[in-house]
Write a protein that binds this ligand. Sequence first.
Ligand code: HEM
Length: 141
Amino acid sequence: MLSAQERAQVAQVWDLIAGHEASFGAELLLRLFTVYPSTKSYFKHLGFCPDETQLLTHGQRMLEAVGVAVQHMDNLRAALSPLADLHAQVLRVDPSNFPLLIQCFQVVLASHLQGEFTVEMQAAWDKFLTGVAVVLTEKYR
Ligand code: HEM
């Protein structure tokens, strides 16, 4: 559960990302696939080296879903339910991949926002993204 202050920090960072979902998302995927190559096994249909267009397309979809989560911080489970079905039951993404994505997300934010991405904002985003990951992986059971 995020405090009012943490929510405000998540929303403040989102305001800086909104409108740039594709480029932030593409960089996130590029970092994920490069730093943790095992994650590419879920994206075999994109080929061994996904091209820029594929990264932008999927990156945009992924970040738009994060945007939906930001708008529904009070009700993540309902807002992300179809996406949770997809990741758990259809794609069967192992939950251990989510912390890898969260780590790369924070690096993307830090490298773009630099001093604007305060320690408190990182803590709030880590908590928020962990909440999203919990919802996206809990339908395994
Ligand atoms: C598909 C979001 C984490 C693998 C998707 C889609 C969205 C999404 C919005 C598209 C759904 C659709 O087309 O209906 C997210 C979010 C994540 C997350 C918000 C975490 C914050 C992960 C992780 C992996 C993964 C950790 C694996 C390493 C996939 C794959 C697809 C997918 C393989 C299908 C791609 C395709 O059809 O081309 N995800 N995802 N996701 N996701 Fe995720």
